[in-house]
Design a protein around this ligand. Sequence first.
Ligand code: ZN
Length: 183
Amino acid sequence: MKKLDKPAILVVDMLNDFVTGALACDRGRAIVPATARLLDAAREAGVPVIFCNDCHLPGIDHELALWGDHAIAGTPGAEVIPELKLSEKDYVVPKRRYSGFFQTSLDILLRELGVKTVVITGLHAHMCCRHTAADAYQLGYDVVVAKEATDSFTEEDYLNGLAYLKTCYGADALSNDELIAMF
Ligand code: ZN
């Protein structure tokens, strides 16, 4: 199987508040084992694992009016879920909007790592994953999505998210086995 061209894994918003906290989501809990497996395989293969984490300033962040308080900087809700075993070799990029790129250091980090392909994982396929994929594509990265390691509040939102990523960014939705074989 063809290898991915200089991949990195982007883990979007797999934080306590998104999985078990303020914006808890059963479908988010369901992808935890598959996500953990993919991240372990990536680390073992030397593929960078980059957490794109909501990190909101209370009282002022634009998004909070729409969604209520979540992932407030410095609170447990803004921490990566323990099952994904954030390692000191992983990277963490805080964000204050849906996209992992918007007004963050993600692009310069990817460039310094020599990354060409981003593997999108996390929550939610049709929202923060989609906005992150949009910016990745527009900045010139190839985009693929880990279909077992992303989801949305509903099946419909999940499928719509994957379809949008395929249509607009050419992002294939790949299984863990397929991805791991391509590292
Ligand atoms: Zn947010």
